[in-house]
Design a protein around this ligand. Sequence first.
Ligand code: F6R
Length: 240
Amino acid sequence: AEVVIVESPEAAGALVATEIVELIDRRPDAVLGLATGSTPLPVYQALRAQLAGRDVSRVRGFALDEYVGIDPAHPESYRSVITREVVEPLGLDPQRIHVPNGAEATIQHAGEDYEAAIQEAGGVDLQILGIGTDGHIGFNEPGSSFASRTRVKTLTEQTREDNARFFDSIDDVPMHCITQGLGTILQARHLVLLAFGEGKAEAVAGAVEGPLTALLPGSAIQLHPHATIVVDEAAASRLQ
Ligand code: F6R
């Protein structure tokens, strides 16, 4: 993988946004793989300015994951987050932006449905990724198979603690999620993994240089022929 060390999250955001704008210029119906959480926010922020004046009406997108059993209207459902941070500010067509369906009533086939939708779109052109402090990508927690597809997973205690900041208390963080699998993510044509801060240094080193192991799901990116890692100095501090 190619590792790019940048000065700040803002610089990372500008760099990745430029890559995305070039993609959309080449391919107006580009399929973006969207991550939630704090890490990609500078990218979405930079895209507001960089995409201004461009026709984005045909751009398509697929989120990585969603909580199971959360009301889609809850402000912290990933459907809401993607709408608020990406669809509305960038003026994307909400009909073309997909988020896995975390509704309990249809969860049995939600993974399969999502895989079919990605397939029908012709696959993801550029997948934005963050990484968890435990090395997860998407919500593929340690122990996830490299061949896994979109499915329901149980969030680790660590991830629920990490995400409690978005909720009133840790008890409000859902127990389960539906996430693209590592096999799904690896099929995107370009992976762009971002990480900022000391807290991510261990996970980044494991993902980029550690052994390929299901115990550090981010290490799956080493199997990808076109992966770009964009990190600040702190997140890069454990790299050899
Ligand atoms: C979010 C996702 C997760 C996050 C990871 C890092 O869609 O799939 O893998 O990227 O938990 O979260 P932040 O960026 O909040 O540190």
